[in-house]
Design a protein around this ligand. Sequence first.
Ligand SMILES: Cc1cc2nc3c(=O)[nH]c(=O)nc-3n(C[C@H](O)[C@H](O)[C@H](O)COP(=O)(O)O)c2cc1C
Length: 380
Amino acid sequence: MLERELLGNKERVNRIKNRKDEHIIICLEKDVEARKVTTGFEDVFLIHRALPEINLHNVKTETTFLNHRFSAPIIIEGMTGGTKRAMEINAVIAQVVEELGLGMGVGSQRAALENPQLEETYRIVRRKAPNSFIVSNIGGPQISMKYDIKKIKRAIEMVDADALAIHLNPLQEAIQPEGETIYAGIIDKIEKIVNSIDVPVIVKETGAGISAEVAKMLEKAGVACIDVAGTGGTSWAAVEYYRAIKSNDEFSRDLGLELWDWGIPTAVSLVEVAQSVSLPIIASGGLRSGLDVAKSIALGASLAGLARPILISASKGYDETKKTLCKLINQLRNVMFLVGADSIEKLKNTPLVILGRTADWLRTRGFKLEVYARRGESTV
Ligand SMILES: Cc1cc2nc3c(=O)[nH]c(=O)nc-3n(C[C@H](O)[C@H](O)[C@H](O)COP(=O)(O)O)c2cc1C
């Protein structure tokens, strides 16, 4: 039976709140990264340019995404809300994002939709970041089971969002003992939402990636952007594995262990989506450096998203978060210099090669990799 059928509203809200704090604690204290599978970015090589013919100080990282100006193509992925700790984390990230001219998402707003007293834990983001690109967040299973358009509009208004993210997390829901594995018909619900709200809809995974087939369904449904959130970074099978150990749930524990590395590696997912649809893409899932950001943009992403590394920094405070993001932007600028790209537009067209397992996967699935190698003046 589903959680909502078993529990009263108050108890359910408490459980959602506790779960959000448990997720934060596990993501801060345990090793929840993919183990045997990597993002695939290690198979992607941007071509070094010994004659960049540009000056480092002239490299510009500004970009426009869904009509909003970003100082660099970086967004903090939706993570949290609903508790005091979550609010503190949201506040720190929002302050830094506003100062640096980036964007961010809030975590699933389910807790506040079920208990309006928790709205402030999300609203804080808009208060601290009045000019930044802010993304609202709601889960696929929730839109499938119970949330009508009115509730979804409330989530958007709560943070005066520039876009709505609908997250897909079938892996996590399958492992969670209280998981909501109601995924039939979600694509129709997504289409209805797209046609009923005034902000663009981003559909995101949560660490298991989006395939070409799913990307085509989403494009047909009219979504404005796909966030691939692929495998190689935070593993939700791992997070639920640790929760299962705590609650002595052998079935969930073993399923979490078995599916720890399940999913489509981020670099693979990014190429699959980029070569299948003509929508803006956010690359995320295991991005950990400015080099990963640069590779993402060169592979076709409009923005690069990071979650857990920013959670870790935010738990240490404002200075650490600002330092982490400044380092990331600095790394991106230097990589752009080394490939002779003084703008994000030029970085999008820089030559690169894809080798190894990532190339094997993509070729087996019928994708063409030569197009990247033959870009621009490097054609031999
Ligand atoms: C503590 C934590 C909570 C998260 N909660 C949400 C959420 O509520 N909604 C969502 O769409 N994604 C959520 N995510 C997933 C991230 O947005 C992201 O897709 C995923 O963590 C992969 O990125 P990473 O490898 O950089 O962490 C969460 C991630 C973390 C670390």
